[in-house]
Structures are given as C-alpha cells and as structure tokens.
Ligand binder design. Sequence first.
Ligand code: GDP
Ligand code: ZN
Length: 309
Amino acid sequence: MVGQEKFQGTVVKAYGKFFAVALDDSERILLSTPKGALKRDRRGTDLVAVGDRVTVIDVGDNEGRIEHIAPRKNVLARLARHTRDVEQILVANPDQAVFVFSVRDPEPHPRMLDRFLVLAESRQLHARVVVNKHDLDAPGAQDPFAAHRAIYPFHDISVKSATGLEGLRDALHGQVSVVAGPSGVGKSSLINRLVPDLDQATALISDATGKGKHTTTAAQLFRLDPKSFIADTPGIRALALQGVAPEELPACFPEFRTYLNSCRFSDCTHVHEPGCAIREAVAAGLISEVRHASYVSLRQGLDDDQDRL
Ligand code: GDP
Ligand code: ZN
C-alpha cells in the first residue's frame, strides 16, 4: 500500500511530541510520532528518546509513524528532580563518550576530566579524550593529562589546522558517541568539521521546529556516516556523579581495580586508612598522585552528599 513502507532508523532529535528519525538506508529524516498503542508499554521513562532505534512507517510528506521502539542497551539519563522514579533520557544507546578539552583557551582542567571519566565508568561507557587546539602548543609546556594517557585513549588534534582528525574519525566509526567538555574548547567547531553537510542536516531537521517545542537540554545526534552518530549533549555536565554511590567510586578508577581487594580493612575508603593497598600503590608510584587526589576530592563530595540524606 502506498505510504505504508516500513523503515529502520534512529531518533536524532526530539521536539515535544515529534521525533526526527534518520533512516538507516537513506539520507532522509521523517518527522514522526509514536503510535498510540506504544504509550502503554513504557512507564517511568521517556517513551521515545534521542538515540532510540525505531521502526517507522512512511506516511508521506516526510512524516512517519513510530511502530516499534527497540529495547535500549543502556541510557544516559537523569532522575527528574521532583519525581524521583521517572528518568529523563539524554541519550539512549550510547556506545562511547568523547571528552573534549583544549591545550589552552580555556586552560585544561584535569579534575573536570576525572569527573567526566567517573560518569562514563559508572555507566559502563568506553571513554576517550580529545585534546584540541594543539596549534596553540607552547614549547616545553607540561602535559596536564600525563597521568590520564596511560589509562585512556587520547586524540591530540587541532580543528583549526586540521591535524589528528583522521584518527579520531576512525575511532568514531560505527559508534554512537556522546561528546562533552567545557565550553570554548572547540566542540561545535569539531562537530562542524566532522559532519558532512551539517547545514543541510540541520535545515532538514529545523523544518520541524514549528511543530513542537524544542527542549534545549535534550541531545541532538549528528550523522557522521551511515553507521556513525555523534551526540551533542548540553545536559551531560549536570549529570555529574548522579547515582554513583561512594563505595562504587573506587572501581570507577580503572587503575585502582587490581588493588581493591588487598586493603587491610574490607570497608577501606582509600582516603586515609593504614594498610590501604591503593595508597601503597600511590606511594610506590604505581598509581598517579594526581588521580588519587581527584579520587579523594570526589569521594569526600559523595560522602558529604550521603551525610545530608
Ligand atoms: P565549544 O564551546 O566547545 O563548542 O567551542 P567552539 O567550537 O565554539 O570554539 C570556541 C572557540 O575556539 C572558537 O573561537 C573557535 O574558533 C576556537 N577554536 C576551535 N578549535 C580550535 C583550534 O583547533 N585551534 C584554535 N586556535 N582555536 C580553535
Ligand atoms: Zn584502601
């Protein structure tokens, strides 16, 4: 029947009740609404979210009806402030997180990187780090991320002089990557550089803006190539350590893991206890002092939060 063809696609943007769905096997985007019966299936979470894999029926006029939403592999979500049991999804089905910093303008911020890395670890997301603006390198400058390079994959790039971008592109291929970082480091410039026809994609999608309210905290997915998406997620910073229990924090530092069962006390916090295998590893130079100091600071923040509950 005309206008009843089914397609697989990915939700790339939400506008109130409307969702822009990028079809797998074409450049087309269908502005779609979920069919009524789906509304019964999901409670306590968003019915449809950016990143959802869906089946849509083309109803003509570049509009679609969402017939099926695939179960989510995982989500980046926050609990809504007043209704604690309802989650608000920033991105569904992310594969990896890409944290962007710059050599300077603004200055690198290793502590902020550690917070982001904990967020990724606590959600079982692979993390990689981009350091942009290498065209501004000062000779002899110390590397503020030296400790992190032993633990996570790094991409040293300059969007301005177009260096390091091919390796990064390879690392993004076939993935849904969530981008985050402080403002001014060059995230938009990077996305502009990586996404072919960004203006065209944005124009296609913004045709829909008249049709519903655009929620600014929600993510938008940009298609890098048919199988790869990159998500700009303004809300991710606010997520911070939400939902991370103090005792879960040590395992969010991958280089701590081999030592975790060797402390004298089974409830060791690895902050001040004698016989702490983590602190011994720091003293022996096996764990970086900078990372341990970050851990202590985050741990104290979490413990304070717990005390207030
Ligand atoms: P965002 O806030 O992270 O999205 O950062 P923007 O993409 O808006 O970039 C912030 C500023 O940094 C802009 O003035 C860009 O032109 C500049 N910028 C981006 N990438 C580079 C780079 O590789 N080198 C230099 N020198 N400047 C850059
Ligand atoms: Zn310990």
